[in-house]
Design a binder for this molecule. Structure first.
Ligand SMILES: [Zn+2]
Length: 195
């Protein structure tokens, strides 16, 4: 469903969260944090699975920071449990302007969990991934319906596609950022094999 608006996604996601946590959907707004609504790990697993099913997307298991640390190597984006300037720069490049306050001053990596559990962060992530889920078949234009696993199938001609995983897309974004923004500006000449 690549054409859903942010508010349609928010409504649908709020229904998922409300059902899972047994609360009223009206309590859920873009700046609400799932943890503040009482969501615990099992709830988050349920919310993740239900979101994947309903939006036909494949959410990443790791946060963008965790993936970025794997690509950059240790000590560059975070040091002693705190974000470095480089780490902040990467997250700011990825997150909307409105969220920049979350990265001011000393930012402990563990506190970012709270940020990543913000409803608006999920809505944006869902919207980003949904772009990769085709609504219509490329071959015949009929509707695509969910198939086994993370696949979509054309209801008419049977053409199948595999959904791109959030993890894979995050990694691609980080690698591109690494080459374009980090290696270029830092003048890093050592041959770091980013993959
Ligand atoms: Zn088709």
């Amino acid at each position: 469903m690549p054409n859903m608006t942010e508010s349609e996604i928010l409504d649908k996601f709020a229904q998922i969260v409300a059902k899972s946590l047994r609360i009223d959907a009206s309590r859920i707004a873009p700046d609400t944090h799932l943890s503040d609504l009482g969501a615990e790990s099992l709830d988050l697993i349920e919310i993740t699975m239900e979101t994947e099913t309903q939006f036909h997307i494949f959410l990443p298991d790791k946060s963008i920071l965790e993936t970025a640390v794997e690509v950059f190597g240790p000590g560059i984006l975070e040091k002693n449990g705190y974000l470095t300037e480089e780490g902040k720069r990467l997250l700011l490049c990825r997150m909307p302007e409105a969220d920049s306050a979350a990265f001011e001053g000393e930012v402990a990596v563990k506190d970012l969990q709270h940020y990543f559990l913000k409803v608006g962060t999920w809505v944006r992530m869902i919207q980003g991934l949904a772009q990769y889920t085709p609504g219509e078949c490329e071959a015949c234009g009929a509707s695509m319906v969910p198939s086994m696993g993370f696949r979509m199938k054309c209801a008419k001609c049977g053409q199948e596609i595999t959904l791109r995983s959030g993890e894979e897309l995050n990694r691609e974004w980080v690698r591109e950022y690494y080459d374009r923004e980090y290696r270029a500006q830092a003048g890093v000449t050592v041959s770091v094999t980013a993959g």
